[in-house]
Design a protein around this ligand. Structure first.
Ligand SMILES: *[C@@H]1O[C@H](CO)[C@@H](O)[C@H](O)[C@H]1NC(C)=O
Ligand SMILES: *[C@@H]1O[C@H](CO)[C@@H](O)[C@H](O)[C@H]1NC(C)=O
Ligand SMILES: *[C@@H]1O[C@H](CO)[C@@H](O)[C@H](O)[C@H]1NC(C)=O
Ligand SMILES: *[C@@H]1O[C@H](CO)[C@@H](O)[C@H](O)[C@H]1NC(C)=O
Length: 392
C-alpha cells in the first residue's frame, strides 16, 4: 500500500509514543519512618525515637553501591513529620534541629558526595500528630472539624521552611506527601497548593512532585467519580511550572504491594493516568512500585519499566524499597515472607539471596538507563543526559 506523506504523518500521530526519556532512576530509601508502629495504636510510640537505633535514613555504603556500581541517580528518602516538627512545637516552621541535621547529612551525602538526586519524602499519608498506626492513625491535615488537626496553613509553613533550607541544592526534589488517602479531594488539593505556594514564596526553584490522592495509585487515577485525582490534580498551580506528578503502582491483585503474586498488568492499568498526563501536558514520576522474585513479577516489572521508558510522560522512578533498617524483612511483595530488601548486601531470613539479588540485580537494574541527568536543576523537562561522571 502506498501512503501519501500526510497520511503517514496522520498515522504516526495515532501511534503510541515511543520517544520517552527517563532522566532520574533509582530506589526509595525507607527506614526514616521506622520505630513508631504500635499494634495498640499507642500515640507517641517511638517519638522522637533514637536515630540509628529506632530509625535511620540511609547507609552510606548502600548508597555507594547503588551509585558507583549500579549507576542510579535518584533516591527518595522517607522521614516523619512528627520527628522533623515535633508535636510539642506543632507542624510548621520550627524544626527539631538535631533531627533535621541527621536528615540533611543523608541528603547531602546523596546529592553532594555522590552527585545523585534526592526526593524529600514526608511519609505521612496527609496526616499529622499520631503516626503510631500508620497509614491510618493521625488527624488529617486541614480537617477543620478536628480541633487537634494541623491546619493547611501549617502544612504550607512546614514546606516553606524545608524548601528555604534546601533551595540552594538543585539536586533536591520536594515530594509533597506520601500517599494521601481518605481525604476529600478539595482538601487534598488545598493542602498541596498551600505547600507549592509556600515553596515558591521561599524562593526555591526546585522540582516539586505532587502525589495522587487515593494512595497515589496510578490505576485509580480516574476512579471515584468527582473525587478522582484526575478531576483535581491538574488544577494545582505552580508559577514556575516545575511540578510533576507522583504516582505509585503495585502489581499484585489489590495494588497494595503486599502479595507475592503479580496479577495486575501495569500497561493496562496505567493507560488512564497516562492519557490524563498527556491531556494536561504533565510529567510524572513513579516513586513506588515493586514485585517479588517470581517469573510473573519479572515479566510485569519488565513491561512496566519499558512502558515508562517508552512514554514521554514518565521522566523518573524509584523502586520500593531499600533502606538500612529492613534487615531480613521485606518492604514489598512477599506475603510477609522475609526475603530481604533492595538494600545492597541484605539477606533473606536464613541467609538466602535477598530481593536485591533476585529482583533488583536481574530485573530492575537492567532497565536503569546508561545515561541519566547528573548535573543541574531537576526539572519537568529533565537535563543533559550523560554517563555517571567519574568525579563522584
Ligand atoms: C529532637 O531530636 C533529638 C534526637 O532524636 C531528641 O533527642 C530530642 O528529644 C528531640 N526533641 C524534641 C522536642 O522532639
Ligand atoms: C475530620 O474530623 C472529624 C472530627 O474528628 C471526623 O469525624 C472526620 O472523619 C474527619 N475527616 C477526615 C477526612 O478525616
Ligand atoms: C509547562 O511546561 C510543559 C513542558 O515544557 C509545557 O508543555 C506546558 O504547556 C507548561 N504549562 C504551563 C501552564 O506553562
Ligand atoms: C525468592 O527468594 C527467597 C529468599 O531467598 C527464596 O526462598 C525463594 O525460593 C525465592 N523464590 C523464587 C520463586 O525464586
Amino acid at each position: 500500500m502506498k501512503f501519501s506523506v500526510s497520511a503517514v504523518a496522520a498515522c504516526a500521530a495515532l501511534l503510541p509514543s515511543v520517544s520517552g526519556t527517563i532522566f532520574y532512576a533509582g530506589v526509595a530509601e525507607s527506614s526514616g519512618e521506622f520505630g513508631v508502629w504500635s499494634a495498640t495504636a499507642t500515640p507517641g510510640t517511638g517519638l522522637p525515637g533514637r536515630f540509628g537505633v529506632d530509625y535511620s535514613f540511609i547507609s552510606n555504603s548502600g548508597i555507594d553501591t547503588m551509585v558507583d556500581k549500579n549507576k542510579v541517580n535518584l533516591f527518595r528518602v522517607a522521614f516523619l513529620l512528627e520527628r522533623m516538627a515535633p508535636l510539642s512545637y506543632g507542624l510548621g516552621a520550627k524544626f527539631n534541629e538535631t533531627h533535621y541535621n541527621y536528615y540533611k547529612q543523608s541528603i547531602d551525602y546523596i546529592t553532594k558526595t555522590k552527585g545523585a538526586y534526592a526526593i524529600l519524602d514526608p511519609h505521612n499519608y496527609m496526616r499529622y500528630n499520631d503516626p503510631s498506626s500508620q497509614p491510618f492513625s493521625g488527624s488529617v491535615i486541614g480537617n477543620t472539624t478536628d480541633k487537634t488537626a494541623a491546619t493547611t496553613a501549617q502544612f504550607g509553613a512546614f514546606w516553606g521552611e524545608l524548601a528555604k533550607r534546601f533551595a540552594s541544592n538543585e539536586k533536591v526534589i520536594f515530594g509533597l506527601m506520601n500517599e494521601p488517602h481518605d481525604v476529600p479531594s478539595s482538601l487534598y488539593l488545598a493542602n498541596l497548593q498551600a505547600a507549592v505556594d509556600a515553596i515558591r514564596k521561599s524562593g526555591a526553584k526546585n522540582l516539586i512532585i505532587a502525589p495522587g490522592n487515593s494512595w497515589s495509585g496510578g490505576h485509580a487515577w480516574t476512579q471515584g467519580g468527582n473525587e478522582a485525582t484526575g478531576n483535581w490534580l491538574h488544577k494545582l498551580v505552580d508559577p514556575l511550572n516545575n511540578t510533576a506528578v507522583d504516582i505509585h503502582e503495585y502489581l499484585d491483585k489489590d495494588f497494595s504491594g503486599g502479595h507475592i503474586a503479580c496479577e495486575q498488568d501495569p500497561v493496562t492499568n496505567l493507560a488512564g493516568v497516562t492519557a490524563w498526563l498527556k491531556e494536561h501536558k504533565l510529567k510524572a514520576f513513579v516513586t513506588e512500585f515493586g514485585g517479588s522474585n517470581t517469573t510473573a513479577c519479572a515479566t510485569m516489572l519488565n513491561s512496566m519499566l519499558d512502558y515508562m521508558s517508552q512514554n514521554e510522560e514518565y521522566i523518573g522512578w524509584t523502586a520500593w524499597a531499600a533502606g538500612p533498617f529492613w534487615g531480613t524483612a521485606s518492604p514489598c511483595c512477599t506475603d510477609s515472607a522475609q526475603y530481604g530488601s533492595f538494600e545492597p548486601g541484605s539477606k533473606a531470613a536464613g541467609g538466602g539471596p535477598s530481593l536485591y539479588d533476585t529482583v533488583w540485580l536481574p530485573v530492575i537494574q537492567k532497565k536503569v538507563p546508561a545515561k541519566l541527568q547528573w548535573s543541574g536543576l531537576a526539572t519537568i523537562n529533565g537535563g543533559a543526559l550523560t554517563s555517571k561522571p567519574s568525579h563522584y
